[in-house]
Structure formats: structure tokens, C-alpha cells
Design a protein around this ligand. Structure first.
Ligand SMILES: Cc1cc2nc3c(=O)[nH]c(=O)nc-3n(C[C@H](O)[C@H](O)[C@H](O)COP(=O)(O)OP(=O)(O)OC[C@H]3O[C@@H](n4cnc5c(N)ncnc54)[C@H](O)[C@@H]3O)c2cc1C
Length: 407
């Protein structure tokens, strides 16, 4: 038997982007189905949550579902290390309405909190595990159908629109060849948790050295003596575990003194290439959100922020379309807004990635910031995705550094 259910929107993918879109649509009473292939989302690593993302998580009520929320470190900024160990500290020192600190939460904690949040949404039906067999568009172009298996039954879901929140696993993007990998910007990631690390400063630590450069490492304090370590390399390594073991012990790793007693506390995950771009963000009656719009580099929470911002923009687009019709107009506007957001989102990170290729220049940059607290704070807020589009891609940092701008 094939059961049929009608919705306004079907979201495919029930991770951070998909469930955020569900939350925004629910707030406007839009009847939504979320289909997730796993029992619960298992999207790739997310640990760094910057102040802007934290603000979204508060707005959606996700924070309320994080058990022992107050026991996690409240991150107040970023400590950055250059190639030769020089370092500077920048703080989330800004006057935005966002919370003035970030967080570092294990991915399963974030996923569970989203999962609990979505259960409370009146207009949203979360269906998992749902195995999609086919997505079809009706000939009049008005309805989209998703066929699949759910709880051993064959199900057809019909709706007016689809939101693709499948991240890098999107079969829609894959079939239409929307993803493109940039040969100048390859990043392979290794990441895992460590315990018994005596890292006391509640800051994100981001650095490089001759071993990983022009890649970088991140060490993010989570809770008590737990930290998340990630290393972003420009080439794949043959034996990730032995690479990690020797890296942690190497004297060129500026944080190695804190790792003397450290014990690896989770399996090492190795993934890549992780950076890719999208050729477009809409297809016939389909809006792409989160990582299915492409993903450049994580830095400190860029992935989550992108998921929230694109989910919010897609929800606005859905609401406008359901009220007014005229898909072409709203799809075109969505394309434009996402493209603008992408320029801003990757703009500053691209500049930093370029600088990493020149060790002397990068060291000088860190030294200049160590001497100029305003510049270091600006840089930290930019990396934390806090500034507006104009500010983040402006020359403001350089103006502060050379002393032309008193801020
Ligand atoms: C190494 C690494 C470190 C990172 N660190 C950070 C960080 O510190 N901070 C940060 O903010 N971001 C980080 N990111 C990025 C962040 O993980 C992603 O940007 C974020 O998970 C994107 O969310 P999403 O919902 O778009 O996609 P995902 O989280 O990938 O979710 C996609 C969902 O779609 C489901 N799905 C896929 N195919 C189907 C299908 N056919 N049917 C139904 N469901 C399907 C999947 O099961 C999954 O649940 C990191 C990424 C990497 C690779």
C-alpha cells in the first residue's frame, strides 16, 4: 500500500540547516515534513559555535535542550599562533546584539538539542529514517512529490516546494553536478577529542606551523579538560592516526606543553576534500540550504552560521512564494541573496587563507595584531562571522593596523 500525505514544504535532510528551516517555517504555521535518512542526523563535525550562531540557537530554543549547558566553556575570543609560535589574542569585543561569547559543543550534543527542539514543533513532521526512492515534479509544475520508505511502508509526500538540506551528501546537487571543487583550495581535515589537556584559557586556538602550513590547526576547549582538535591540511595524509600522534607531540605545535598528559578520547575522523562551491542555489521548486549551497572552510563556526542564515532566507522565500506565487521571481531573489551572503562569508576567510601561504607575512600580521588590541579584536569578530557584509569585506582591519582609523 502507498500512503499519500500533503504538506506545504518537504525538507530533505534533518541536520542543523534542515531543522532550523523547519523551526522558521513552523513559526509561520507552514505545514512541513522533514525527511532524514538516518534515525537522527549525523552531519559532519561541528564544535565551534560563534556568538552569531549562538544567538540563532537561543532564538530557536535549541539552547534550552542542551543538558548542563552552563558547564561548557563560554569562549570569549580567539588566540592565533603564527608559524614561529608568535601569538595574539582577540576578544569578541563588539557592540552587536549577539551574545558576547561563543561555545564549543560536541556535534552529538548539538544534534540532540535540535532533535528535541523539532519534536515540539506543531506544524512539523520529522520522519526518520526515511529512505527516498524518487523525487518527481508534476507536469503542471505546481507540485513536487517525494516517494520513499518510512516505517516499512511506501509513502508519497506531496508539497509545493522542496528544501534541500542534505549537505555535501545531496543527491540533487550531485545529479545536477552543482558542486565544484577548487583546485587552489583543497582542505583535508583530521579531528577528534582529547581529554586530560590542561588548556585553561576559554578561547578558540587557531594556529599554523611549518608542518601544517599553509593549512592550520584548531584546538577548541569544550568542558573540564576536554578539547576538540582539528587539523586542516592541504593534502591527504596516508596514515592519519600516526600523523596526529606525531603532530601532537611535535615541538613545533605551540600547544604541545598542554598535551603532555593528554589522552585521545574519540575516534579520529579523517575527511576531505572539504571545501567546495556551488554553481547555483535553486532548481525547479527547490531551494538549497546549509552545506548543500557549498562549504569553504570551517574556521570558527562558519558552517553553522551558514546553515542558520541560509535556512532563514529560504524560509522567507517559501513564505513569500506560498503567499504570492511567482516562483521565478522569488527563486531569482534567493539566488542573489545567497550569492551576496557567500561573497561576504568567504571573503575574509579567503584573504586569511591567502596570507597563510606566505609564512613571513603571516608572522608579521600576527605580531602587528599582538601590538594592536583593536585590530586583534576586529579580526576575531570577523572570523566569528559577527560583522555585517560591508564591514567584513572592507579594508577596516588594515586601516586599524596602519593607524588610519581610530576605532
Ligand atoms: C572537519 C570539519 C569541521 C567542522 N567544524 C565546524 C565547526 O567547528 N563549526 C561549524 O559551525 N561548522 C563546522 N563544520 C561545518 C559544519 O559541520 C557544516 O557546515 C554543517 O554541519 C552543515 O549543516 P547541514 O545541515 O547543511 O548539513 P549536514 O550537517 O551535513 O547534514 C545533512 C543531513 O542530510 C541528511 N541526508 C543526506 N542525504 C540524505 C537523503 N538522501 N535523504 C535524507 N536525508 C539525507 C544527512 O544524514 C544529514 O543528517 C565543520 C566541517 C568539517 C568537515
Amino acid at each position: 500500500m502507498n500512503r499519500m500525505y500533503e504538506y506545504d514544504v518537504i525538507i530533505i535532510g534533518g541536520s542543523v540547516a534542515g531543522l532550523s528551516a523547519a523551526s522558521f517555517l513552523n513559526a509561520k504555521n507552514i505545514k512541513t515534513a522533514v525527511v532524514e535518512k538516518n534515525l537522527q542526523a549525523n552531519g559532519i563535525c561541528t564544535t565551534a559555535i560563534n556568538p552569531r550562531s549562538l544567538d540563532y540557537m537561543k532564538r530557536m530554543g535549541v539552547i534550552n535542550h542542551i543538558k548542563d549547558y552552563d558547564t561548557y566553556f563560554k569562549i570569549n575570543g580567539v588566540k592565533t599562533y603564527g608559524y614561529d609560535g608568535v601569538s595574539c589574542k582577540g576578544f569578541y569585543n563588539h557592540d552587536r546584539s549577539y551574545l558576547n561569547y561563543g561555545h564549543c559543543l560536541p556535534r552529538e550534543v548539538v544534534n540532540n538539542a535540535f532533535f528535541e527542539m523539532v519534536k515540539e514543533l506543531e506544524y512539523v513532521n520529522y520522519m526518520a529514517p526515511f529512505l527516498i526512492q524518487e523525487v518527481t515534479h508534476e507536469s503542471d509544475g505546481e507540485q513536487v512529490s517525494v516517494y520513499g520508505k518510512y516505517k516499512k511502508e511506501n509513502i508519497t509526500l506531496r508539497a509545493k516546494l522542496i528544501i534541500d538540506a542534505m549537505g555535501r551528501g545531496s543527491f540533487i546537487a550531485r545529479d545536477k553536478q552543482l558542486f565544484s571543487y577548487d583546485s587552489n583550495h583543497k582542505r583535508y581535515a583530521l579531528f577528534c577529542m582529547f581529554e586530560k589537556v590542561s588548556l585553561t584559557e576559554p578561547m578558540f586556538h587557531i594556529g599554523t606551523n611549518a608542518v601544517v602550513g599553509p593549512g592550520y590547526y584548531t584546538v577548541f576547549p569544550v568542558k573540564d579538560d576536554k578539547v576538540m582538535v582539528a587539523i586542516f591540511l592541504t593534502e591527504e595524509v596516508a596514515s592519519p592516526q600516526s600523523y596526529l600522534d606525531s603532530f601532537i607531540k611535535s615541538s613545533s605545535f605551540a600547544l604541545s606543553p598542554y598535551f603532555r598528559q593528554a589522552v585521545q578520547a574519540s575516534e579520529l575522523t579523517s575527511v576531505g576534500p572539504i571545501a567546495f562551491r556551488n554553481k547555483q542555489y535553486t532548481l525547479e521548486k527547490t531551494l538549497m540550504i546549509g552545506d548543500s549551497t557549498g562549504f569553504f572552510d570551517p574556521l570558527t563556526g562558519e558552517g553553522l552560521t551558514q546553515a542558520f542564515i541560509t535556512a532563514e532566507l529560504a524560509s522567507e522565500t517559501v513564505i513569500n512564494y506560498l503567499k504570492q506565487g511567482n516562483w521565478d521571481r522569488y527563486a531569482e531573489s534567493y539566488e542573489r541573496r545567497i550569492a551576496e551572503y557567500k561573497t561576504y562569508s568567504v571573503g575574509h576567510a579567503s584573504k586569511l587563507q591567502q596570507l597563510l601561504k606566505y609564512p613571513n607575512a603571516y608572522n608579521r600580521f600576527i605580531v602587528s595584531m599582538a601590538k594592536n588590541q583593536k585590530a586583534a579584536d576586529w579580526q576575531t569578530c570577523a572570523v566569528g562571522n559577527i560583522f555585517s557584509q560591508q564591514e567584513r569585506t572592507s579594508n577596516e582591519l588594515w586601516e586599524i593596523l596602519v593607524g588610519r582609523k581610530k576605532k
